[in-house]
Design a protein around this ligand. Sequence first.
Ligand code: CTP
Length: 416
Amino acid sequence: MNNSKINISKRLNECLSTQIFDLLIKCGEFTERNSASLFLVGGCLRDILLNKRPKDIDLTLVNGDSNLVQNLSEYLGGKIIFKSQFFTYKLKVNNNIIDITEARKEVYSSPGSLPKITSKCSIDDDLYRRDFTINSMALSLNPASLGNIIDPFNGINDINNKNIRIIHDNSFSDDPTRILRAIRYSIRLNFNIDNQTLSKINEFKSNINSITGFRIKNELIKILREDSRSKILLYLDTLKILDIIQPNINLNTKINEIFDNFQFKDEYIDDLILIGILTYNLNIQNIIYFAEKLYLDSIFIKTLRDTNEIKQLLQNVKLDKLKNSSIYKQLYKYKYEAIIINRYFSNENVCQKIDLYLNKLKDTIPPLNGKEIIALGAKPGPIIKEIMDYLLHEKLDGNIKNKDQAKIKATQILNK
Ligand code: CTP
């Protein structure tokens, strides 16, 4: 094992806030006093070695258990906000989140299945279960060895040489989602996929279909959340992997342009929109196939169905030539995200009408409510809703400006 000692305290100071840095030191001290060891691991350490601020703080605990994690959180004045049966814990201390996992071994009974997990193993075993050399390093937080980096697969060398490399030949057959991860990291970090790793990608890419749709969906969403989503998708396309996930996805210039300009903000809403953009050119049969294969939930499915219906509608109806009430009637039953997805593919005039609908028409309320219509002499029943809709449409078109005008119109209908 190559156990390189690198003084990275400067890096840690640069990449972590003082608060997090102090917290990690306290965690290491507490763990050592309790005869256990704590390491900074995975993407968090990779990012620090790349001089980037890590997104998450991931720690691995060796020789400790849930009691120790519980005691640690109390010692830090925080609490465990999530705990899974797979020996993972999420701690919240002040406003900082720390993920702790007990060192674990994973055994894959068949390719692509979820691994059987056992805890109580060494940090070396824990690193051996991981995907790429650059993600399979650990930095000691124990005071006695603070800053020591355990780098059994020469990850530092691969970081320096900008290389994505699997740590053993079964990595992709164990877990084909790693094929998608390799491509995502290679574009995000601007690293090369090493030749042997690339040939293993080609050997095992069809295994992507052996993993659950739920896991494919998670990886696809991670790709779509990246700034360089269009480059990652193009690379997947070049390697004929996109076709394995879903045939006929057509990454044309328009879709790439939309993806390049997309500013990701909201996790759920933007996931819906990005999936809708990706599948925009599929026909409805392929969309349903895609949704079922990836176990998309009912909100995703409704969004994709609506997107496809609006797309057909916009091909047949000139939205920019319609009066307000007609625009409302065409769009009111569709999900907001489905309208937004279509907006990306629309010309300026149609965009203006879509904006008018979303910013104004959509939230307009009828000028009279049911009680007010009954007070004018209407009998309770379906007629009330019909009058309310009629009045709403008249209001949208500017033919009704206040309650008095609405009452006159309603009375005219009731007297017919
Ligand atoms: N990991 C793995 N195989 C997977 C998923 C994860 O070996 N299929 C390991 C890697 O060591 C990874 C760590 O678990 O670094 C944490 O996973 P995750 O949070 O998904 O990745 P990060 O490396 O933190 O990447 P990102 O920057 O995209 O969050």
